[in-house]
Design a protein around this ligand. Structure first.
Ligand SMILES: [Zn+2]
Length: 84
């Protein structure tokens, strides 16, 4: 058994649906591992506009948004989430 741990949320998206880079995805995994209850309420759309997120103040989320603010890959790719 070598199944990838699936990260699940209320609306059913996984990190596969979030086009963050490896570092960003790793930060999200940490968020999920540490605070699964908060993580479950994230929506893919939340990634399109990180500045208005209701998750501000959650350490793991802040680490993720901080990374995205300085990562060109994440910045560019996450803005595409708005179209979903
Ligand atoms: Zn990144």
């Amino acid at each position: 058994m070598s199944e990838e741990p699936q990260i699940s949320t209320r609306s059913g998206w996984t990190t596969d649906d979030v086009p963050a880079c490896a570092v960003g995805t790793d930060l999200l995994s940490q968020f999920q591992a540490t605070r699964p209850n908060d993580y479950a309420f994230l929506e893919v759309q939340d990634f399109a506009d990180l500045s208005t997120s209701a998750f501000e103040g959650i350490l793991e989320w802040d680490a993720f948004t901080e990374h995205c603010a300085s990562c060109e890959d994440c910045k560019e790719q996450l803005s595409a989430c708005a179209e979903r």
